[in-house]
Design a protein. Structure first.
Lengths: 276, 256
């Protein structure tokens, strides 16, 4: 055994610098691999558009896209569109998530309410935003109220489902303790119900905001006159694909950042409620 | 006893929709609800069978289903293969996954303007869009499933020097199947909504989306309601069918 041990040590000492070198090498290799496909696609795009293989109405040059992006940013078009879109999300979220929270609390806490309202709610929740759109267009036109109602619905459903789940999952032991201690309703709600449900509420908020963002794009593209989604439709009507591509990139980046921020906030809240 | 009979005849979940339908019917038959878009529930039920333009529902449904099938097959096979490759080989995973995950961040419908410029306002765009909406969820699920294949089993397969086909069919596919099945459900719903979204946005040709879009333009609320009901029911049925098929395919699967 001793000889084996010595041998091991010997080989480790020998291999140590190699390991570090191999690590660097594999990191560089990984970086090259990650960047390979995007770079290849970008080169292909650039080469095809420079040499006139594709018309600019089908695929504009990459530098045009950058140029258009800077133009739209400098003129404030992107910011105005984004402001309009965010205002809609905020309004829709405030209305939809609040209602969804109370509805979720109701069907989560009371089995009678769930028996009466649950099936109807689940059936209506199965209709995607895309389905509500034509019905609501006929009822409301393509005014601002249409967008708010669609976004509110998009927030309502995940919020209600998560809250109901949270309300059902309050540990029975804690409820009994609260009963034994004879806590007042208000204390019980603030000290037991809300903290126990916090992780579920957090994931409800995350899901409803990401749903709202997707629905926002749907409603602005199909029934919009302004906002980020409309910017792409507008670019397409003008045959300015550079605007379309800028719009897609902005939508992608905004969606990505939103997702990351919300996931981080959710994990913070889950950790916080676990400590508490 | 009487209460129990009442409950089985009218389950509590049916109270709200039945009351709503009764109020709707009363309001429209007494003329409280009037105007160009006011329709009665009876009219909505008759529309897919008796109305001339309402009857196009069935052809539209068939067209959309075919599109989901064709586009879904295209995107699904691509998603399965690329997901397998990306999950299986580290190099391929590094080369493919970050790019695909980045591209996935773009909300799906935002692809439509670009795709219509590339593939025109016809069948091409709709198929590519459906394929795209199937591809992403299935790629994700397959990649994850393959990555989660238990290491000891992989080592056993190596020690036994199994042939690649045996290894795929006997180890990787069964181990990744639970993930793939969940991905398949998401992908099917995504393909269904994607197809109808593309039809709705483009607005020409046959399909459930264009059926609803043209009814909306003609202010035919009854047809719109029928179409939207078909959209929701189709999605639920599709998901249920896939879940059933997954259970048959992988009885060892407990994640469904």
């Amino acid at each position: 055994m001793a000889t084996f041990g010595a041998e091991d040590e010997f080989s480790v000492a020998q291999a140590a610098p190699n390991v570090r070198f191999a690590k660097v090498k594999s990191l560089v290799g990984a970086g090259l691999l990650v960047l390979g496909l995007p770079l290849a696609l970008l080169t292909l795009w650039w080469a095809a558009s420079i040499n006139g293989l594709v018309s600019p109405q089908v695929l504009p040059q990459p530098d045009w896209v950058v140029h258009t992006f800077l133009d739209l940013l400098a003129s404030g078009d992107i910011l105005t569109a984004a402001a309009v879109s965010f205002r809609r999300i905020a309004d829709g979220f405030l209305i939809g998530a609040t209602l969804g929270f109370f509805f979720g609390l109701l069907i989560g806490k009371s089995t009678t309410a769930d028996a009466y309202l649950g099936p109807t709610f689940r059936a209506l929740a199965a209709v995607p935003s895309l389905g509500w759109l034509p019905i609501l267009i006929l009822l409301l036109g393509i005014e601002e109220s249409l967008k708010i109602v669609i976004l509110a619905k998009a927030c309502f459903v995940p919020m209600a489902i998560s809250t109901a789940e949270g309300a059902r999952n309050i540990p029975a032991g804690l409820t009994e303790v609260a009963q034994v201690l004879g806590l007042r309703k208000r204390t019980r709600f603030l000290k037991l119900t809300i903290p126990a449900m916090a992780p579920f509420i957090a994931s409800g908020v995350r899901l409803s905001l990401s749903q709202a963002f997707i629905s926002l794009i749907v409603v602005e593209m199909l029934a919009g006159t302004d906002g980020l989604g409309y910017m792409m439709v507008w670019g397409r009507t003008l045959f300015q694909l550079d605007i379309v591509i800028v719009g897609m990139i902005v939508v992608g980046v905004v969606g990505f950042v939103l997702d990351i921020l919300l996931k981080r906030a959710e994990s913070l809240i889950i950790k916080g409620s676990g400590d508490g | 006893m009487a209460e129990r009979l009442l409950r089985t005849l009218f389950p509590r979940g049916a109270v709200v929709p039945m009351t709503a339908a009764a109020i709707w019917w009363l309001a429209s038959s007494t003329g409280l609800l009037s105007g160009p878009i006011a329709v009665s529930p009876l009219q909505v039920i008759q529309t897919p069978f008796l109305d001339a333009s309402g009857r196009e529902l069935w052809a539209a449904l068939l067209a959309s289903m075919m599109r989901v099938f064709a586009g879904g097959l295209l995107g699904g096979v691509a998603g399965l293969i690329l997901g397998y490759v990306a999950g299986m080989y580290r190099a391929a995973g590094l080369g493919l996954s970050p790019t695909i995950h980045t591209v996935r961040q773009v909300a799906l419908l935002a692809w439509i303007p670009l795709l219509t410029a590339w593939f025109g306002n016809g069948e091409g765009t709709k198929l590519v869009f459906t394929a795209l909406s199937t591809f992403f969820p299935l790629f994700l699920a397959t990649e994850q499933g393959i990555r989660q294949v238990p290491k000891p089993l992989v080592e056993v397969a190596q020690t036994l020097a199994l042939r690649p086909t045996t290894r795929i069919l006997r180890l990787y596919l069964p181990a990744a199947l639970p993930n793939i099945c969940v991905g398949l459900q998401i992908a099917a719903l995504s393909a269904w909504i994607g197809t109808i979204g593309a039809e709705y946005a483009i607005g020409n040709g046959r399909g459930l989306g264009s059926y609803v879009a043209s009814a909306r333009d003609q202010f035919r609320m009854d047809i719109v309601i029928v179409g939207v009901f078909a959209l929701a029911a189709g999605g639920v049925l599709l998901a249920a069918a896939i879940r059933l098929a997954s259970l048959k395919l992988s009885p060892w699967n407990r994640e469904i």
